[in-house]
Every structure is written in C-alpha cells, then in structure tokens.
Design a protein around this ligand. Structure first.
Ligand SMILES: Nc1ncnc2c1ncn2[C@@H]1O[C@H](COP(=O)(O)OP(=O)(O)OP(=O)(O)O)[C@@H](O)[C@H]1O
Ligand SMILES: [Mg+2]
Length: 380
C-alpha cells in the first residue's frame, strides 16, 4: 500500500502532505547557493523533506555532485562533530568514487590527508579518509577546506546539518563553524535545521551570537485544515471515509494539529473502529486508550523534571485554551510557586528541552499526548 498513515519515522514523498511552498523555496535558494535555516515545530517533516525530497532530487540533477547530510543530535565536543562529519563525508564521497573519472580527478585534492578506496568488510568498495597522522577522524575545518577545493574544481556541493542547535552546547563550535562557513565561500549552499526550535532561534537570532542574521529563513507552517480532509479520507478504511469534515477538524485540533499524532490516531481508528464514521467521542476514546496504553512512556518523560516545571505544565493543561500568558504576573508566579528569576529558569529549561513552545507572550505544550497524560494523571 502506497498511501498509509506514517508516524514514528521519516515520511516518503507519496505520503508527504502539503509543504510544496517550503520545498520550492528550498530549491530556489539552493540554486542561488544560499544558506538556509529551516524552522518548524517538532515533527513537521523537516528531516523528511531534506532526506527524502531535496537530497534525491538534487542528486538526480547533479549526478556528480557531493551532497552531505550530517546529524548533530547530542554532539558532545568538537571531536564528536568532526567524527560525524568525517563519516558522512566518507559515505557521500564513496558513492561518487564509483565514477572512475570523478575519483581520478578529485582524489589528488586531499593533500596531506590519507584517502583510500578499497574493498570493505562487507565486500563493497568503501571510501575513507584519514588525517595526516593516521586517525579515522579528520578535523571538520580541514574537511570543509577540502570540500571548498572540490567546489572550486567544479564539483557541485550541498551541505546539510540536522539538529544543528545542539552545537550551542559545544564550546566554541558556533564561532568555528560560522567562520568556516564564511571561508568556504558563496558557491556551496548550506541547509541547517533542528528539532528544538527555541534553541535554534537562539543560535540565529541572538544579537551577540556568531550566527546572528546568518542565512535565509524558511518556516514550515501548519497544514491548512481543508488540505488534511482528503489526505485522511484516502487513508481511512471502511466507514471511516464517511467521517464529516467537522469531525476531521476536531481530530486535528485535539492533536494540536501535529501530523505525527494525527496519523497515529488515524491508524488506531483503522485498526479498531472502521465500521462507523468517526465522532468526537470516539476520537477522545482513541486518544484516551493510547495514553492509557503508553502511560509508562509519558511518565518517564516527566520523570526527571522538577516539581516546579511540572507545576508550570499543569497550568497549561488546566488552562481554558491550552495556553498560558502573563507568566510573570504575581498571580501566575504564585500558582507555580516561584519567584520571577525562578520562572525565567523554568521556562528556559522547558523551552530548551522542547516541552513547550513560545509564541509572543503565550506558552503552549508541544506534545498533545503528554498533555492528555498529565491531564489524566495529575488531576489533583
Ligand atoms: N506534511 C506532512 N505530511 C505527512 N506526514 C507528516 C507531515 N509533517 C509531519 N509529518 C509526520 O512527522 C513525522 C516525523 O517526520 P520528521 O522526522 O521528518 O519530522 P521533523 O520535523 O524532522 O521532526 P523533529 O522535529 O523531531 O526533527 C512523520 O512520521 C509524519 O508522521
Ligand atoms: Mg528532524
């Protein structure tokens, strides 16, 4: 089956809904060799768009082009960043090394390094590069210089750094990468993205930060309600296809318009109740059953947060419209039981960890299931 409810992983082109604008914007900026920052809340198909749409299409257009995707989730230090970069480089360059003319003309550019292209343990040809002193990790600055050389030689290059915000936790990484990105010039498009919107925003929008005002910004927005109706109906089975648009809107709102969770419940509906169109009550039940069946997962998510952070989340859970504002008012501080500086810390921590989002003066919770779990278990 081509069309299905995808959750828990990357979504392929056949199941990606909307986002045509973002994709065409990314392509046109790549064509102009721009630096791109891709923003969006959790689970908005950012990684899928890059890996399953942008990269394959770009590679098709540039069969002798070097596209490197680096994932920086939880990087610890500069050596860790270099290690991931070296591995990604080896893999991308290895794919091209199969083209003999490519290998012959480019391998001599690795001056001072030790490149090798030989039969690996799995019986396939593998490319790897070693530093001048024989280490498997090549310094990221050095590698970026070599990529620059490749680009100067006419090799089209594309770089993508996912979970980029995590470099904010590595000393000096921002300054080093910022400088290096400048050095490699204007011919190589670079895309950065990440799952912690708040930290990513700090990297690019804090006036004193090295990446301040770097790049063009592309934002993945909410999918319009109406575009979801046919998408859902194409994937429902049995009587579920006759669910009214009004109820399908309720489904989206109940799950904070977050596709991953909408698809999860859509899948559960197919599994459990396809003999009738959906109703609001059935949606509530499906969510409730899902929460009930995964209580330990949600409990472990809140396991390590402080009681004051939990108290802040509870204010959102028990607010009228699932958001709080005016969080520094005496009344709100009193409800959470903290001082004003204490509140600042709580909010920063919850934002950094992706539990909450900020829009203007209001704060909302990110994860609808965690929201319902707290509602169910923390009534007191
Ligand atoms: N436009 C969409 N069409 C189909 N599925 C979507 C869409 N947007 C989000 N999803 C859902 O998002 C899930 C996660 O996709 P992906 O990992 O690419 O998102 P992400 O934005 O990179 O997430 P994160 O913020 O965690 O990095 C998919 O499994 C799918 O359920
Ligand atoms: Mg992602």
């Amino acid at each position: 089956m081509d069309k299905e409810f995808v959750f828990d992983g990357l979504v392929d082109e056949a199941n990606l809904l909307n986002q045509k604008q973002a994709i065409s914007d990314i392509f046109s900026y790549i064509k102009d060799k721009k630096k791109i920052v891709l923003y969006g809340s959790r689970n908005r198909a950012k990684t899928s768009i890059i890996r399953n749409i942008i990269f394959p299409k770009w590679k098709k257009q540039n069969p002798k082009g070097l596209a490197i995707y680096i994932e920086l989730m939880h990087v610890k230090d500069l050596a860790d960043i270099s290690e991931r970069f070296t591995k990604s480089f080896n893999q991308s360059y290895g794919e091209l090394a199969k083209i003999k003319t490519f290998l012959d003309t480019t391998i001599k550019l690795f001056k001072g390094l030790r490149p090798s292209y030989e039969l690996g343990e799995n019986g396939k040809m593998e490319f790897s590069i070693k530093s001048s002193d024989g280490k498997n990790i090549v310094d990221i600055e050095e590698l970026l210089d070599r990529i620059h050389d490749l680009s100067e030689k006419g090799v089209p290059c594309l770089l993508c750094f996912d979970e980029f915000q995590d470099i904010a936790f590595v000393k000096k990484a921002e300054a080093i990468l910022r400088r290096k990105f400048e050095d490699i010039g204007s011919k190589i498009p670079i895309i950065v993205l990440g799952s912690k919107q708040h930290v990513l925003t700090e990297v690019f929008e804090k006036p004193k930060a090295p990446f301040y005002k770097w790049g063009v910004k592309i934002e993945i927005s909410n999918i319009p309600y109406e575009e979801y109706y046919p998408y859902l109906k194409e994937r429902f089975i049995g009587e579920l296809v006759n669910t009214s648009d009004e109820v399908l809107k309720y489904l989206q709102d109940a799950l904070f318009r977050s596709p991953e969770e909408i698809h999860r419940i859509g899948y559960e509906a197919n599994r459990k109740c396809s003999s009738m169109p959906l109703t609001e009550g059935v949606i509530d039940d499906l969510i409730d059953q899902y929460i009930g069946g995964n209580g330990t997962v949600f409990e472990s998510k809140v396991d390590h947060i402080t009681s004051q952070q939990l108290s802040f989340l509870k204010q959102i859970v028990f607010s009228r419209d699932r958001k709080v504002s005016g969080i520094y008012s005496q009344d709100f501080l009193h409800k959470v039981g903290v001082s004003s500086p204490g509140m600042q810390k709580i909010v920063k921590r919850l934002l950094d960890r992706g539990f909450i989002d900020r829009k203007g003066d209001s704060y909302t919770m990110n994860d609808p299931f965690l929201f319902y779990h707290l509602k169910k278990t923390r009534l007191s």
